[in-house]
Design a binder for this molecule. Sequence first.
Ligand SMILES: [Zn+2]
Length: 381
Amino acid sequence: MRFEISKVLDAIEGRVSTDPSMARAVVDLAEVIRWQDLDGGRPASLLRLGMVIDALSREVEEDSVPVYAIVHRALLSDADLTSNERMVVRRWADDGLVEVLDHPGDRMLEVADLLGLPVLSRVRFDGLGGRYPWLGQAGRVLAPVPGAGGPVFIAHVGGGQSPASGSRSPVGAKLLARQWRCPESGCALFGGGGGGAFADLARVDRAPAGQPPPSLRNGVPTCPRHGTRLGDAGPRPRTEVLAVRIGGLVRRRFVLTEAQPVLVGRAPDPSGGIVLGQWLNDETRRWISRSHVRFELRAGEVIVTDTSTNGSGVRPGGSMAEPDRIALAPQQSRVLGQADIVELYPGVQVARADDLHSDARFSPNSVMAEAPTMAMRLPRP
Ligand SMILES: [Zn+2]
């Protein structure tokens, strides 16, 4: 039982991220864990985060959808959580997967504002519409409530029940064009320790492209964790977000930077590659090489190179008509054009995330698949 819960928490760990390119909604963890009516269980449970992530996944019809979690520091010693859950949240904090703050204030709304993300919360943010006008827009603030097959979303204002992303605020776009350094050594959010003598000892050497948005205090970019003024460490590397679709369902997204190519295949060798094995059936497994294609970002262009035994193909402009398919022979490269889809094998596709959508007939996998039934007393429909 304990082992199974650990497995669920590990799965949830893969769905928390402060990477602006990956997160799809913002939550306040202290709020989420206390939504007791979601499962009728303990006063506080970290598993509720998994239930909410599942609900988000169902709504956006994608697997592996990460949320940006703001964590009040008091949660790390919250006696209503199990010691295992507290340990897990501490690990997320140390790894910079969540933001742990002494005084979260309205950081959740700030992040949502800067990144243009929906907020999953039951709080009514009355009176804040002047500062954050998008609060009144459909789908920008959704309250997860119990539903027949797990939580569903209802809107406080603005109507709509599907989470809607906006665009990054002008300030957010400006902040995210730079990379930032926190002077506190080992800062999990803006790591690097400012290049001091002990910079090497910083626990987190975070990829600059994945840095969270700074907090703005009196117009000054500030570390939300330490309250210190952040140093400007130069332009943020350019990124492109790609997605993998297998069998009609978007399984995951990944970030491509100019710093490093990304290999995609059945089980690519170096770490950081995108492993497809878990989603492939026997037939596709035989066809798709361990490292099947390599993606690179050069001068803003996405270049795909076939590294497979059997070759792949490109669907120009996303056309699924057979005569349009362009074969990509082993070792051949090609610049990915507008809306082009790379096809490793029929039904196994990679493209820019905005160009790849799920076929609504399929349901995403649950992050709670390993959850013991005891902990999941879902209300009966
Ligand atoms: Zn810091």
